[in-house]
Ligand binder design. Structure first.
Ligand code: RFL
Ligand code: PHB
Length: 388
């Protein structure tokens, strides 16, 4: 098989890149290891920045997101028994939209299939060859048969555990990493939202987050041991923990309902540089991870591929690789801002096993500053809506 751009991974990064290239008349083939049903059912992110919405809308895949997504003009920070609103729109003029990542995936898959895009699911054994030459290729197995794609470029959109980052030539690479030693226990609950806006709560027992999915489904999280197991958590134990961490003195309570999904995710920060080598480029989680506290992961995946699409367009239209050469520098500017913000939000709101009493008091004081100083609230709001 021959194509212009071989894309590994059909997450938000890979699918959107393939779609953006198609809009510019550039051919691509996407190889995905999971099935279509699986990628369309995996519950992950929920928060889209305005910039992400604009990119999806301008690419013609935003109709359902605009109709069904919920526009949020603020978030709440809860601590010491009180809830404090950060008015994102008043502070920044912008808002965020809660629209589940798997719905974005469905919209993008539908757009690719409608355009007869080449999207191969349940592919295994992906191997990259010649990425430092002008004629790279990708070997793979699909439906029991070995295949090979000859391409001009290979783009690694295969997430943190993918095969493209390890295929990057080792010389000159630098990885930056921080493990937090805790995870998030996430549940999906059949019930009306408890709150119109997201609530980020700091409590001595650990962080908790109240988010939403649809008018009948809530997404709730609480900080946990990443080595814990969902089977250790009965529904009663989960509700007791959530009520304890979200306790407050205005009588508000989280709505209970049937818990129909439980999962535990680890929390880490990670950046791998450079994001390119020869004809191989990395985008999204393949190149960087943020802890979910800042809600930035999918937004970064989208901004990476928007840059790559511009670079590839310039390459094919004008024969210039200037933008492609500048990809790592341009992408990392935004990535490090998001890394900083996600680390900061995580540090502000979680309990750390090794924190001294002094550090705990300073953390509480910092939260008080954020909710009482307009300057600090504005800094939080600007980063949260992605105004950087
Ligand atoms: P993905 O989504 O991981 O997609 C990678 C795809 O590549 C496939 N793959 C392979 N295919 C072929 N061959 C191989 N060898 C392959 N290896 C892997 C995988 O099957 C998969 O389909 O990466 P991408 O596209 O870079 O997108 C990144 C986002 O998914 C991620 O950053 C976000 O989900 C992070 N995130 C959030 N981001 C936000 O912007 N806002 C949020 O509110 C938000 N909340 C979250 C989150 C992530 C969470 N988890 C589960 C880590 C909440 C949570 C709980
Ligand atoms: C979510 O709804 O899954 C969500 C919302 C905000 C975050 C992380 C996850 O910061």
């Amino acid at each position: 098989m021959r194509t212009q751009v071989a894309i590994i991974g059909a997450g938000p990064a890979g699918l959107l890149l393939s779609h953006l290239l198609h809009l510019n008349g550039i051919e691509s083939i996407v190889l995905e290891s999971r099935s279509q049903a699986e990628i369309e059912a995996t519950i992950r992110a929920g928060v889209l920045e305005q910039g992400t919405m604009d990119i999806l809308s301008n690419a013609g895949v935003g109709a359902r997101m605009q109709a069904e997504g919920a526009l949020h003009h603020g978030i709440e920070l809860a601590f010491g028994g009180q809830r404090h609103r950060i008015d994102l729109t008043e502070l920044t003029g912008k808002a965020i939209t809660v629209y589940p990542q798997h719905e974005v995936i469905k919209d993008l898959v539908a757009a690719r299939l409608a355009a007869q895009g080449q999207l191969l699911f349940e592919v295994s054994g992906v191997e990259l060859h010649g990425v430092d030459t002008a004629a790279p290729s990708v070997g793979f197995i699909h439906r029991g048969e070995a295949g090979r794609i000859e391409a001009d470029f290979v783009i690694g959109c295969d997430g943190y555990h993918g095969v493209t980052r390890p295929a990057m030539p080792g010389e000159g690479r630098q990885d930056f990493k921080r493990d937090y030693g805790f995870g998030w226990f996430g549940v999906l609950v059949e019930s009306a939202p408890s709150s119109e806006e997201l609530i980020y709560a700091r409590h001595e027992r650990g962080f908790a987050l109240v988010s939403t999915r649809t008018p009948t489904v809530q997404r709730l999280y609480f900080q946990c041991d990443p080595a814990d197991h969902v089977d250790n958590w009965s529904d009663d134990r989960i509700w007791a923990e959530l009520h304890a961490r979200l306790e407050n003195n205005d009588g508000w309570r989280v709505n209970e309902g049937r818990i129909f999904q439980k999962n535990i995710i680890g929390m880490r920060s990670f950046v791998s540089t450079p994001m390119q080598s020869g004809r191989l480029f990395l985008a999204g989680d393949a190149a960087h991870i943020v802890p979910p506290t800042g809600a930035k992961g999918m937004n970064l995946a989208v901004s990476d591929v928007a840059l790559l699409a511009q670079g590839l367009e310039q390459f094919y239209r004008q024969g210039s690789d200037e933008r492609l050469q500048g990809y790592t520098t341009a992408a990392l500017k935004r990535v490090w801002r998001a890394e900083y913000f996600s680390w900061w939000m995580t540090s502000l709101l979680h309990t750390f096993a090794d924190a001294t009493p002094f550090q705990r008091e300073v953390q509480r004081a910092e939260l008080e500053c954020v909710v009482s100083s307009r300057a600090m609230a504005t800094a939080l709001a600007e980063s949260y809506v992605g105004a950087f």
